[in-house]
Design a binder for this molecule. Structure first.
Ligand SMILES: O=P(O)(O)OC[C@H]1O[C@H](OP(=O)(O)OP(=O)(O)O)[C@H](O)[C@@H]1O
Ligand SMILES: O=C(O)c1cc(=O)[nH]c(=O)[nH]1
Length: 234
């Protein structure tokens, strides 16, 4: 294996290296939630050691802190968003206690609890609060739209979204649309529809650049082919 390509910003190359250490970025053939077949897959669940979770959530915190988004609560959609939101809240406080010491986290249950405290929200109540969603990946946008509905229903105001990876891919074809026709990404749709920033630590372009320095010709070729086929118009 050779060193990462110099075209990447150092913090992105460092994060990609920890993806490789965690085994969280895989190349092969994967079925996505949307049903699309992808030659790569990002599994945030594999950042499960203290040091890997530290490096992943430090990258979320740095991305959010360098933006102008003002917020009260980090919301992590079940399941993978849960540890990401909680650990990012700690990272933000470590980064700047005066600015972020009062930040809370919150998440949903996939099934509502019918005993004890009951309900489907754990952590900070969202009512009247400015909420940032912290999740791993947005592809077709199904998961993020569910999270947005929960925040609305609970009376919170969505002010931003941060994901680890922007796959830069167009939404699946709706009825009557041709699969090959140009379309916006789910991230682009959400940005436009809600007028909020959707930030990412990495994009597919970064993964391709990184792989050029680390991977096989075959994997690079398959990623480039996939990107050409599914790249969004925005
Ligand atoms: O944009 P989409 O097409 O919806 O796909 C992306 C989402 O799918 C996965 O979550 P999943 O619902 O599988 O839940 P998990 O966090 O429990 O793995 C992934 O963690 C993203 O959140
Ligand atoms: O689209 C998905 O389902 C998806 C893609 C990906 O790279 N990682 C993930 O957890 N889900």
């Amino acid at each position: 294996m050779s060193a990462p390509t110099p075209a990447l910003a150092p913090h992105k190359a460092a994060f990609l290296s920890s993806c490789v250490t965690a085994g969280a970025l895989k190349f092969g053939t994967f079925t996505l939630k949307s049903g699309r077949m992808s030659p790569y897959f990002f599994n945030a669940g594999l950042f499960h050691t203290a040091s890997l979770l530290d490096s992943l959530t430090a990258a979320y915190a740095a991305t959010l802190a360098s933006s102008a988004v003002d917020f009260d609560i980090l919301f992590g959609p079940a399941y993978k968003g849960i540890p990401l939101a909680a650990a990012t809240a700690i990272q933000l406080r470590v980064l700047d206690d005066a600015r972020f010491g009062g930040v809370s986290y919150s998440f949903n249950r996939k099934e509502a609890k019918d005993h004890g405290e009951g309900g489907s929200i754990v952590g900070a109540p969202l009512k009247g609060k400015r909420v940032v969603i912290i999740d791993d990946v947005i592809t077709a946008g199904t998961a993020i739209r569910e999270a947005i509905e929960i925040i609305k229903r609970e009376g919170g105001t969505l002010v931003g979204i941060v994901v680890a990876l922007d796959r830069l891919e167009k939404t699946p074809a709706k009825e009557g649309e041709q699969e090959e026709a140009p379309r916006e990404s789910a991230i682009g749709e959400v940005r436009r529809q809600y007028g909020i920033p959707v930030l990412s630590i990495l994009t597919l372009d970064d993964v391709v650049e990184f792989l050029k320095g680390m991977g096989t010709q075959e994997d690079v070729g398959r990623l480039q082919e996939y990107r050409a086929k599914y790249r969004a118009s925005d």
